[in-house]
Write a protein that binds this ligand. Structure first.
Ligand code: DHB
Ligand code: FE
Length: 281
């Protein structure tokens, strides 16, 4: 049977893609940010997942305001990255795992999540950036992916409690899959940031740190907040932390933090990273 080896949650700022392309990892601005990633890379290298199921939010590349699914899942053989207007180079296509995708879709619809199924899906920086950060310097990606997109663009957004339930259902579905796959669940987004309006530039360190501290052992702390409360605490784009909640929810039992890192700012964003895994106390 398939196994969920753990969850990794990370921010996904487009400027990171530009910094990687320009080889700025050692630059004084970037160094403290990139310094957070080697422990996560080593954890992955030791556990060698076959597939990454990625919770991310599309920013207007594949879905626009005219058609906005709340939850969408890729079921494509391959996912292409495309120019989104941020000026970052596109990355090579990523292989899908169609059989696992359709298994997840069937299990989720069975559990009353009415997901949009995407047999073609362009992936934006939110989906590709975790790959570039976690498996750097590769010619080919070492994992197949199943992208799961959660709407954070057009209100109404799904509640944190609903995203938690989605993540739990995804975890159950992976553990009920009949192939011996090793699956890592990724959550891409956040932490606090706001790119527009009167509070543009808003960052909330105290909230982020409490969110990161509670997520492994007490994820209900975050799910008790409404969407307007989360936007107030984390900013209009900080609401991307819904991806962290969904990824964490895919883990069962007692969960511990293997590694975490927090750095302010990257562009307008408080950049966070966590590696979590199930353990037996
Ligand atoms: C920034 C952050 C994001 O999450 C994003 O999707 C785009 C830009 C930023 O801080 O610049
Ligand atoms: Fe974003």
């Amino acid at each position: 049977m398939a196994k969920v080896i753990g969850a990794i949650t990370t921010s996904h700022v487009p400027a990171i893609g530009a910094a990687i392309a320009r080889e700025l990892r050692e630059d004084p601005y970037w160094k403290p940010f990139f310094a957070g990633y080697p422990p996560a890379q080593r954890w992955l290298a030791a556990r060698r997942p076959d597939v990454a199921v990625i919770f991310y939010n599309d920013h207007g590349l594949n879905f626009f305001l005219d058609k906005m699914p709340t939850f969408a899942i890729g079921a494509a053989p391959e996912y292409r990255n495309a120019d989104e207007g941020w000026g970052i180079p596109t990355v090579p296509p990523v292989a899908g795992d169609q059989r696992l995708s359709w298994h997840l879709i069937e299990r989720l619809v069975d559990e009353e999540f009415d997901v949009t199924t995407c047999q073609e899906l362009l992936i934006d920086h939110a989906c590709t950036m975790p790959l570039a950060l976690l498996w750097p310097g590769r010619d080919a990606w070492p994992v197949r992916i199943v992208p799961i997109c959660i709407n954070t663009v057009q209100h109404p957004l799904p509640s944190a409690a609903r995203c938690f339930k989605l993540g739990q259902a995804v975890g159950r579905a992976i553990r009920g899959y009949d192939e011996d796959l090793r699956v890592v669940v990724l959550g891409s987004g956040g932490l606090s940031h706001q790119l527009d309006g009167e509070r543009a530039g808003f960052i909330n360190r105290a909230f982020d740190l409490e969110f990161m501290q509670t997520l492994p052992g007490d994820p209900r702390w975050a799910t008790r907040h409404s969407i307007p409360e989360l936007v107030e605490h984390a900013g209009t784009q900080g609401i991307e932390l819904l991806m962290w909640i969904a990824a964490r929810a895919a883990l069962e039992g007692e969960v511990r933090t293997v590694h975490s890192h927090y750095h302010i700012p990257i562009s307008n964003t408080a950049a966070g990273l966590m590696v979590m895994e199930t353990f037996s106390p």
